[in-house]
Design a protein around this ligand. Structure first.
Ligand SMILES: Cc1cc2nc3c(=O)[nH]c(=O)nc-3n(C[C@H](O)[C@H](O)[C@H](O)COP(=O)(O)OP(=O)(O)OC[C@H]3O[C@@H](n4cnc5c(N)ncnc54)[C@H](O)[C@@H]3O)c2cc1C
Length: 421
């Protein structure tokens, strides 16, 4: 059996930042495990720019952003096992993993950092009717084929779902010479960042059809077209509004799900609103010594926030190994109020905070000129005015520790106050 102080599962931006921070916090015995052939996670297939504006104050591509962290990992001499799949973890931090070189391994860790990212929802997850022809991909799979493996997925493409990956792939396919008929979205608003709607659709004259969904897929061996329909306010197709679009490829960009099979097998409590583990201010899950960060906890919109959050997980995993985390101090529970879908972290032990608390959340609807109201035990402690809020954009609130001091067994809530657009 192998032994390490900290084992990080996942070598994407979350795992890299956590491992680097743990090492800088004085822990030498660290192992990063990833099932892919290289470090960097999803960033390696994101060859467009727009990464790193907060972290580095410059626009980098995904691989460039990842490379800055991979270089640091090398400089700090942090050990990695690539092409290695973690298949199980236990509550007492025993890791079961496998690769073709070492075979089956068990690894005992003093602390684990979960950084497995998320996966895309597929056609099965949204149950589109029709036969099962070839030519239907998730947008991220198409992105990997085109940007990393060198395969073009099709010539005439229809995209369902306006998540960021779909928007980015609409532009990418045009640049590669394909025709993109439209992007359809079942909701009355896009699930992607405003900047991606402008830069990836509007700049290329690709129509965004809101409140529409696919009601049939035509083609037996290979997709030949899709039937699109308008939907009502309950997202039910409206009869008589059907329209046929010929295509040889359908891309789905219909949401991401945190990759948490390992977390569940370790008995970690999950938050049904995020589909990720419940975490505290130190990014520790409900199982002592197991930390989590990045998209495995909640789906982030900007990788810069992944890096920030993951540094917190790494430094606190190091504190855990050194027995420096305070367990029995005052504790607040964070609860989403009206208009807010979720809040991370869900548990706040104020004695472990140094100065501020970073709260991350997503709102449930599109709001203009609203405000976020933060309450502790029902008493407003802060209000933040917002010109625009949308479910596609993560909200981040920095709360001063002073506002939370001496609050024990308290409820911290955040709610939206304003008109729905
Ligand atoms: C298509 C797309 C476009 C994006 N565009 C932008 C953008 O323009 N700007 C921006 O800031 N952000 C963007 N993002 C978001 C950003 O890429 C993610 O927020 C970030 O990659 C999340 O980091 P992560 O480390 O949590 O997860 P990931 O990058 O997904 O890394 C997770 C890693 O864990 C590994 N892993 C999982 N399970 C196991 C296991 N059992 N055993 C071993 N290894 C495992 C995986 O192989 C992977 O390498 C985009 C994301 C996507 C998908």
């Amino acid at each position: 059996m192998l032994n390490y102080d900290i084992v990080v599962i996942g070598g994407g931006p979350a795992g890299l930042a956590a491992a680097i921070e743990a090492k800088k916090s004085g822990i030498d015995s660290i192992l990063v495990i990833d099932r892919d052939r290289e470090l960097g996670g999803i960033l390696q297939q994101c060859i467009h720019n727009g990464f790193g504006l907060h972290e580095f104050k410059e626009e980098l591509t995904g691989p460039e952003y990842a490379e800055r962290f991979i270089e640091q990992l090398k400089e700090l001499d942090i050990e990695c096992k690539l092409d290695t799949m973690v298949i199980d973890i236990t509550q007492d931090r025993l890791i079961h993993a496998i690769n073709t070189e070492d075979g089956y391994m068990t690894i005992q860790a003093k602390a684990i950092v979960l950084a497995m990212g998320c996966r895309e929802r597929t056609r099965g997850a949204i149950a589109i009717p029709g036969s099962r022809p070839a030519g239907i991909f998730t947008a991220g799979t198409a992105q990997r084929y085109i940007n990393m493996e060198g395969y073009m997925v099709g010539k005439k493409v229809f995209i369902l779902g306006s998540g960021d990956i779909g928007l980015i792939m609409a532009r990418r396919l045009i640049l590669e010479g394909a025709e993109v008929s439209a992007v359809a979205e079942v909701m009355p608003y896009s699930g992607g960042l405003t900047r991606n709607i402008v830069q990836c659709l509007e700049d290329f004259n690709i129509p965004l059809l809101l409140s529409h969904t696919i009601v049939d897929i035509k083609g037996k061996d290979k997709i030949e077209g899709v039937v699109l329909s308008k939907v009502d306010s309950h997202r039910k197709p409206i009869a008589g509004t059907e329209k046929y679009f010929e295509c040889d490829t359908l891309l789905l960009s219909v949401g991401l799900i945190p990759e948490n099979e390992l977390s569940k097998s370790a008995g970690i409590e999950m938050d049904p609103a995020t589909n990720g583990p419940i975490v505290n201010e130190s990014m520790e899950t409900t199982v002592e010594g197991i930390f989590a960060c990045g998209n495995v906890v909640h789906v982030h919109d900007l990788v810069d926030y992944v890096s920030q959050e993951s540094r917190r997980a790494g430094s606190n995993a190091a504190k855990y190994v050194k027995d420096m985390l305070i367990r029995n101090g005052s504790t607040l529970q964070a609860r989403p109020g009206d208009g807010v879908g979720y809040i991370v972290p869900q548990i706040i032990r104020t004695d472990n905070l140094e100065k501020n608390l970073d709260l991350f959340m997503r709102v449930k609807n599109v709001y203009s000129h609203g405000k976020l109201v933060i309450r502790v035990d029902g008493v407003p402690v802060r209000e933040i005015k917002k010109k625009h809020m949308a479910p596609g954009e993560m909200e981040r609130i920095k709360l001063d520790l002073e506002l939370l001091k001496d609050k024990n067994d308290s409820i911290l809530s955040v709610e939206v106050e304003k008109e729905v657009v």
